[in-house]
Write a protein that binds this ligand. Structure first.
Ligand SMILES: [Zn+2]
Length: 159
């Protein structure tokens, strides 16, 4: 039984769940089954983590919903087997995470090696998003991109 499942059960039982600081707030029209409350209490920390938005404005639940939607599209519209659909959905999440967690390079410096522009190796902008202010030497790009990807995967693995 996971925190995600506990949340689902609680909502199915008509419980509205919010967070207030480090506490869960529960609200319901009728008293929910005590088993549901026990589950929420048992998974309290994880439930709060799921509901709390991160620095990028998305909570764990938002990420999970995005993942499920992408996996569903790849599976049912794209005709992929479930495991491949999930792999593709995870790649979509990683891309979205990178867009939502942009990085800036120090002015005139490469984000990869930290050095300034060289005449033979100009700094190139990374990404197409207007919020992206990342500049890199072309030779620094592959390693930097790989580490950014690893960062996204690590951040998402939590959910
Ligand atoms: Zn560099």
């Amino acid at each position: 039984m996971s925190a995600v499942h506990a949340l689902k059960l609680a909502r199915a039982a008509g419980v509205r769940i919010g967070i207030d600081g480090d506490a869960l707030t529960l609200d319901a029209d009728a008293a929910p089954p005590s088993a549901v409350l026990d589950l929420l209490a048992h998974h309290k920390a994880q439930v709060i983590a799921l509901l709390r938005p991160g620095g990028d404005g998305w909570s764990g639940e938002d990420w999970r919903a995005f993942f499920d939607e992408r996996a569903g599209i790849a599976e049912f519209d794209g005709g992929l087997p479930r495991d491949q659909a999930e792999a593709r959905a995870f790649a979509c999440c990683a891309t979205e995470w990178l867009n939502r967690n942009p990085v800036r390079s120090p002015p005139g410096r490469c984000l990869g090696c930290g050095e300034a522009e060289h005449s033979h190796d100009p700094l190139l902008p990374f990404g197409t998003e207007p919020t992206d202010d990342a500049w890199l030497h072309s030779r620094c790009w592959p390693a930097w991109h790989a580490s950014r990807k690893a960062e996204a995967v690590a951040a998402l693995a939590f959910f």
